[in-house]
Structures are given as structure tokens and as C-alpha cells.
Design a protein around this ligand. Structure first.
Ligand SMILES: Nc1ncnc2c1ncn2[C@@H]1O[C@H](COP(=O)(O)OP(=O)(O)OP(=O)(O)O)[C@@H](O)[C@H]1O
Ligand SMILES: [Mg+2]
Length: 362
């Protein structure tokens, strides 16, 4: 798929701006702070309906304006599609898909599929488990609508359950707890099942992608850390264990006054030649590992949906040497790709055959 047009109204520093994009590579050039990343953010937002830079949607509304609008037109195997999102300063939003109102975010997540490479993405390796869960959740949500709905339901029920556990009183409290646990087991098991599936896909791809980027063999492996056994197990098998786990944890959770078991505690660990990458990899090694993970995500999106995702490279290439830049660009030849680069660093242009330049000036 590819995005053919983007219109921004009161979005970050753009009061009104229309862009047309070709199917090839678009290089966005401009000085620091002119709004290059803002364009990438808008495209990524159309895809996941959450910003990769902020958890507060209204941060994207231009200062002192009541709302922002992002409209994207894209071409998929189904033909032309259009997504229009209005973000109010109070954080509410209105979504239109092909000019029709859409009630559920789940109905439009991933219609436009993107993979985002940005320096912030290094947090996936460097920081806490919540960043890794966010990465894997966004990646799977864009290719599996049921996953996104399960996740929304799971998060909602966890909040309700925690509230119940904080003040565990009332006649029917055990009944309510069991109802919550049942919902958590159903949705949590699907989440675990799909997370394991995604990690299996990563493991099939990572070592060879990494080898293409560095030129030598290296063993890259991702391990899924979950409180239920998920490897080689069906959804029903996971559901049985998950249900039992929550049942057995009832009194502990009441004592702790919070939910201690389940998918919200998962983590994934990256191994580089059998050592934990977070602890033992250099900055450069972590960067290449991350590129490999994101390339793998791109391939998984293509094989699972039959659509090639749009690739967004924000400030990533400037960190790489020329040989690696060339390898990255060769790798991405099949995909519509957006690259941001600061003024003066146009070494990338000599490596591309077919590209457009958008120069942002103030
Ligand atoms: N809500 C907002 N309203 C108005 N302007 C905003 C808003 N949020 C951010 N900006 C402005 O957007 C600009 C930053 O844009 P962006 O991050 O896209 O720059 P960039 O071109 O990617 O820069 P760099 O080369 O440093 O990465 C800043 O000038 C900032 O003040
Ligand atoms: Mg930027």
C-alpha cells in the first residue's frame, strides 16, 4: 500500500498544509525544528491512532487552537481509502473512514499500515517492559483487529478490577471478581497467544536480516517472558492455564490490593549471541539490532496482511555509515519509504534512484 495524500490542519506547527506523495521514496529535508518529524508523526498516527511521541493526543493540536485535523488518502489492494481524524483540544476525537463516521477506533487501526523507525524506538531495547509491550501491542494491533479489541477490553477490565481490589467490600465482591477474571482470561489468553506468534515470526527472521545488515553471522533471539506457558500452545490450552492462574491468585491479589498476574506483566528479552542485549550490547549494536527488529516487523506485516506497509525513517540514517545506509535503502526498495534528514546531510540522495524531495522551510 502507499499513502498518496496528507492534509494537516492545526497539526503541530502546520496551520494548513497539503502534501501529495508518490509511491517511491520521499525525502523530507529541512532545518532542525521546521516540522519534519511532525509529518512522520501524522502519517504514523493515521495508522495506529496513537502518536509514537506522546500519549496525549491533544499535544498534536496547534498551540491555542480548538482542534486539529489529519486526513490521509491511501491506496491498498482494495482501492482508494480515506481516513480523517479530528482531534479536539479536550482530547476527544472524531473519525471518518471513506467519509463515513466511525464509532470504534478498532475499526480503523491498521487500515493504513506503517512501520516507524525513530531514535526513540531504541527505548524498546533500553528501557522498561512497558515500552516493549507498547511496541509489540502496536505492531500486532495494526495487523490483527481482534488483538486491538482484546487489548482495549483487557485494559478496561484491569482498571475495574484494580478499583475493586483497592476497596474489596460488598456482598457480591467475589462474584464480581470472578466475572472480571473470566473476561481477563478470555482476552488475556488471546493477547498471549498472539504475542507468542509474533515473537515466533521475529525469531524466524531476525538472524538472517541482521546478517544482511552487518555482513557476519550472529545469533539473535527474542524470548517471551509470560506467567503462562505459551510456546507451541493453542489458544484453548493457554485459556485453561490462564483461568487456573487467575483463580489461584485470587487471595494474593486481594491481599496485595492489585492485579499481579496476567498479560500486563509480560516482557520480551532480546538476546545477542546468547547475551541479554539490553545489558551487553554497545549503542551501535543496539541500533542495528533495532533496525533488524523493525525490518522483521515490516516483513511480518506484509506476510500477514498481503499489503506492504509504509516505512517511516525519522532521523535514523544520519546515525549510520554510508555502507549501512545503502543496505537499508536497498532493503526497503519494495516499500513506500519516507526519510527525514536535516539540511546539509544529503548523502542519502546519491544512494537513491527514484525519489522525491519535500523541502520544509519556515
Ligand atoms: N502543538 C504544537 N503547536 C505548535 N507547534 C508545535 C506543537 N508541537 C510542536 N510544535 C513545534 O514543532 C516544531 C518541531 O517540529 P519537528 O519535531 O517536526 O521538527 P524537525 O524538523 O523534525 O526537527 P529536527 O531536525 O530537530 O528533528 C517545533 O518548532 C515545535 O515548537
Ligand atoms: Mg525530527
Amino acid at each position: 500500500m502507499y499513502i498518496s495524500a496528507l492534509t494537516l490542519t492545526n497539526f503541530r506547527n502546520y496551520d494548513y498544509r497539503e502534501f501529495d506523495f508518490a509511491e517511491n521514496t520521499t525525502v523530507i529535508i529541512g532545518n532542525n525544528g521546521v516540522g519534519k518529524t511532525n509529518i512522520v508523526e501524522a502519517i504514523a498516527y493515521l495508522s495506529s491512532l496513537r502518536s509514537h511521541r506522546t500519549n496525549q493526543d491533544n499535544d498534536m493540536v496547534m498551540f491555542d487552537k480548538p482542534y486539529a485535523v489529519v486526513t490521509g488518502e491511501f491506496v491498498t489492494n482494495n482501492g482508494e481509502e480515506k481516513l480523517n481524524i479530528l482531534i479536539n483540544a479536550d482530547n476527544s476525537k472524531k473519525i471518518k473512514y471513506n467519509n463515513q463516521d466511525v464509532k470504534r477506533v478498532a475499526d480503523v487501526v491498521g487500515r493504513l499500515n506503517t512501520v516507524v523507525f525513530s531514535p526513540d524506538a531504541l527505548e524498546i531495547i533500553k528501557e522498561g517492559p512497558d515500552k516493549r509491550r507498547k511496541f509489540i501491542d502496536v505492531a500486532i494491533s495494526k495487523i490483527d483487529g481482534r488483538y486491538f479489541s482484546s487489548l482495549q477490553m483487557y485494559k478496561k477490565v484491569i482498571r475495574q478490577k484494580n478499583k475493586l481490589l483497592k476497596h474489596f467490600e460488598g456482598e457480591d465482591r467475589f462474584l464480581v471478581l470472578d466475572t472480571y477474571n473470566q473476561l481477563l482470561a478470555q482476552n488475556g489468553s488471546y493477547i498471549e497467544y498472539k504475542r507468542q506468534f509474533f515473537i515466533d515470526c521475529l525469531n524466524r527472521l531476525l538472524s538472517s536480516i541482521h546478517q544482511r545488515l552487518v555482513g557476519e553471522k550472529c545469533d539473535i533471539y527474542v524470548e517471551f517472558e509470560s506467567q503462562v506457558e505459551t510456546r507451541d500452545r493453542s489458544y484453548d490450552e493457554i485459556l485453561a492455564d490462564y483461568t487456573k492462574m487467575l483463580d489461584e491468585a485470587r487471595f494474593k491479589e486481594i491481599e496485595k490490593r492489585s492485579s499481579v498476574k496476567g498479560a500486563h506483566t509480560d516482557d520480551i528479552v532480546f538476546y545477542y549471541n546468547r547475551r541479554n542485549a539490553k545489558k551487553f550490547c554497545s549503542q551501535g549494536q543496539q541500533r542495528i539490532l533495532l533496525l533488524s527488529v523493525l525490518f522483521a516487523q515490516t516483513e511480518i506485516a506484509l506476510s500477514e496482511t498481503g499489503e506492504s506497509p509504509v516505512v517511516l525513517l525519522d532521523d535514523v540514517l544520519s546515525e549510520l555509515d554510508n555502507k549501512r545506509k545503502k543496505l537499508v535503502m536497498d532493503y526497503l526498495r519494495e516499500y513506500q519509504t519516507f526519510i527525514t534528514t536535516a539540511n546539509g546531510d544529503d548523502s542519502i540522495l546519491s544512494m537513491l534512484n527514484d525519489y522525491d524531495v519535500i523541502e520544509i522551510t519556515r
